[in-house]
Design a protein around this ligand. Structure first.
Ligand code: GAP
Length: 490
């Protein structure tokens, strides 16, 4: 993880929030390349789950909602974690996670020497298990208390109890309270889904592991509404749709390059299920910190719509024309984190390779996710014709794809820099491209394209560049395109 954190800072992906004030440790800022990467993840998620499906529509609900929403949803009463405090150093821990961290121990068997003992293990000198604070090793921990994870704030200029509201801890509720608005305005028929991407806030007791667990993060959520009276092949429709969504979401991560062996499905145990869920599975990823949740896919039944109907007094039903009766739809919810997805895509793309005795770091991003698609590089920055041609090329290609120009180092180093941020293609303009007007030698008006993963190079006419990138950055494979052009000297 440290390698990724350092790369992200050095290459402008992710910075610690308010770093010049010491940072918060619970929030992160996306730099120039990070914001492109995150936007690309959100864009392909939106395209694949909304635009390409006939049964999905989008929504962008507000973060601040009526406080009753959180009473109805159960968040005011149930969205809590058990928390313990150290009576000496005042550090705070999630009671259910204390055993998962290493602990400081002043060992009586070694005249009180200080040791850091691995998580869950006894001290190997005195065989004692942790009973005090894992951070300072001295203080007793309080008994667990429930701590609500919602951020409280005030709506309006008066800070009084009546004005209390909350920053949304999930985007889902914005969808449920708009169910009828969307149903009526779009004249939808079950089954259909509403999707939303947006910020969510949780006052996590122990945020950490970089962008894995933060207090401010972005969710990409789908609420897919299903008629509970319907069956598919003799099985309840909600159960079948649940399985379809698990498959679809599992395949989606692989479509954008995540390796199959780093993904797995984990079924929630009965005692682990949220109060609203009939069944939940997590799509887990093998993060640098170990296997952890990347996305949850839950069957929330009709819990949310019924709760909001009860608390608001408004009907949130669907009229089943065939059966001539009102039904409260069941909900299948694939709920992903944009930041956590970014961390997984980043970890999966990261490779250290040996190339002709040199070490190269490369981010093998899927081209749709890569923050920069093309880098235009002049071989010699002292030749004005080369530089001008390269700038012109950048300007032309940038109308269609994110394209950068760089002349701040020798070509080998420029390639390595682009590899390290995952740019799939570099275009090099050289002496042969422009010729030498002083000697009356015309250029061949060809440039070199270098592919990031194979490092192969081909020589192509400038006039064909646009068409070639349409293929390469569309669905075309490098090998197919490269076959039509001569190799360039490396
Ligand atoms: N509406 C259901 C829901 O919010 P969740 O499992 O609590 O379910 C869904 O959250 C996803 O949101 C998680 O799988 C994770 O990707 C992301 N997520 C949740 N808490 C997060 C946090 N503190 N920091 C970053 N991402 C988080």
């Amino acid at each position: 993880m440290d390698v990724l954190v350092s790369l992200c800072k050095r290459r402008g992906f992710i910075f610690q929030s308010s770093e010049i004030y010491g940072g918060t440790g619970a929030a992160w800022d996306y730099g120039p390349l990070g914001v492109e990467l995150k936007n690309n993840i959100k864009r392909v998620w939106w395209r694949d789950n909304i635009h390409l499906r006939p049964d999905m529509v989008g929504l962008d609900a507000s973060i601040l909602m009526h406080p009753q929403v959180w009473k109805a949803s159960g968040h005011l009463d149930h969205f809590t974690d058990p928390m313990v405090d150290c009576k000496a150093c005042q550090h705070r821990f999630r009671a259910d996670k204390v055993e998962e961290q290493s602990w400081i121990h002043y060992c009586p068997a070694t005249k009180g020497n200080k040791f850091e003992v691995p998580a869950g293990e006894p001290c190997k000198h005195c065989n004692v298990r942790r009973s005090l604070c894992p951070d300072c090793g001295k203080g007793e921990l309080t008994t667990p208390r429930q701590f609500n994870l919602m951020f409280k704030t005030f709506m309006g200029p008066v800070e009084e109890d009546a004005a209390v509201t909350y920053l949304r801890p999930e985007t889902a509720q914005g969808i449920f309270v708009n169910f009828d608005n969307v149903l009526q305005s779009m004249r939808l028929k079950l089954p259909f889904g509403i999707a939303q991407i947006g910020k969510a806030f949780r006052n996590e007791i122990t945020p950490g592991n970089f962008i894995f667990r933060t207090r401010e993060f972005e969710q990409m959520e789908i609420e897919f509404f299903v008629n509970p009276l319907e069956t598919i092949d003799g099985r309840p429709a909600d159960e079948v749709w649940h399985e379809r969504w698990i498959e679809s979401r599992f395949a989606w991560y692989q479509r954008y390059g995540m390796r199959r062996e780093n993904l797995r499905i984990r079924e929630h145990e009965k005692d682990e299920l949220a109060h609203y869920a009939k069944r939940t599975v997590d799509i887990e990823y093998q993060f640098p910190i170990g296997w952890s949740e990347l996305e949850g896919v839950a069957n929330r039944t009709d819990f949310d719509l019924k709760q909001h109907a009860q608390f608001s007094g408004k009907s949130l039903t669907y009229f089943d024309e065939d059966r001539k009766q009102h039904v409260v739809p069941y909900v299948i919810e694939p709920s992903a984190g944009a930041d956590r997805s970014l961390l997984a895509f980043l970890a999966d793309a990261y490779r250290e390779e040996e190339v002709r005795g040199d070490r190269r770091v490369v981010l093998r991003f899927h081209p749709d996710l890569a923050p920069v698609k093309i880098a235009v590089l002049p071989l010699l920055k002292k030749r004005p014709e080369i530089v001008t041609t390269a700038h012109d090329l950048r300007a032309t290609l940038a109308r269609r794809w994110v394209t950068v120009y760089d002349d701040t180092a020798a070509i080998g180093r420029l390639y390595r820099r682009q590899d390290e941020v995952g740019t799939p293609y570099c275009v090099t303009v050289d002496v042969q491209t422009v010729g030498d007007s002083a000697k009356g030698e015309p250029g061949d008006r060809c440039v070199t394209i270098r592919e990031r993963d194979s490092m192969e190079q081909i020589r192509v006419p400038i006039a064909e560049l646009q068409g070639i990138f349409e293929r390469l950055l569309g669905d075309g494979a490098w090998a197919d395109v490269a076959r039509s052009y001569p190799p360039a000297r490396g």
